[in-house]
Design a protein around this ligand. Structure first.
Ligand code: TYD
Length: 206
């Protein structure tokens, strides 16, 4: 692929969406050709799957159903949006990608990291991000931030503190074995300081 595929990961409330916005503004100012998408969603089909996944009414959803719905949304956005953009040489920024499934469903829901990794590859046809930023913060601190923002929790966020701790453990494990793809950033630092790390990591690559 000619383009560069950059993904943003972390537990709920880690601040990654703020960093996505900052990077978008930065790239815009420089006239860089990029697209921004988010998971689950980013396509008409994917947004409909997203509604099912995050709907609090769907408390009876099993872990396997949840995992396969995330993978289905991912398959769609990969084929419909991400691959064509990369083939055109664009930079693709994605707020969450398959590492979310490994951490949330593989680790925290206990489906198994390797099992999920295989499904991730099936969903993306083998496409992997070039660079992944993992914004690392404790579950307590992230919860505090989410509380301050006053956002209503979705079905996944309602899973609680222990669940978020397990998600974090999943990310830390992924980062260890990613052979440099995943860049771990201390998300307790200030917004500007974090963005400097993001920019620095992209130097010479975009
Ligand atoms: P969203 O509102 O997009 O959260 P955020 O702003 O934190 O990215 O909701 C997505 C939720 O779905 C979030 O709790 C993470 C979860 N998720 C998974 O459990 N598995 C996945 O594969 C993905 C992409 C997201």
């Amino acid at each position: 692929m000619k383009g560069t595929f950059i993904t943003f990961e972390g537990i709920d409330g880690c601040g990654k969406s703020t960093q996505c916005e900052m990077l978008k503004d930065y790239l815009k100012e420089r006239g860089v050709d990029f697209i921004f998408v988010r998971e689950p969603g980013g396509t008409v089909i994917g947004e409909r799957i997203r509604e099912i996944l995050l709907d609090k009414k769907n408390s009876q959803m099993t872990s396997r159903t949840e995992l396969l719905l995330f993978e289905a949304a991912r398959a769609q956005i990969t084929d419909e949006v991400i691959k064509p953009a990369l083939e055109e040489g664009k930079i693709v920024l994605c707020d969450r990608f398959f590492d979310s499934s490994s951490a949330y469903q593989g680790m925290a829901r206990g489906m198994g990291m390797e099992f999920v990794s295989d499904l991730n590859m099936a969903a993306t046809g083998g496409l992997k991000p070039d660079i992944t930023f993992f914004f690392d913060i404790s579950a307590e601190e992230a919860l505090e931030r989410r509380g301050k923002r006053g956002e209503a929790s979705d079905r996944i966020e309602l899973a609680g503190l222990k669940f978020q701790e397990d998600v974090r453990a999943g990310y830390l494990e992924l980062a260890k074995s990613s052979e440099g793809r995943i860049i771990t950033i201390d998300a307790t630092k200030g917004i500007e300081e974090i963005f400097e790390v993001v920019k620095g990591s992209l130097e010479g690559r975009i």
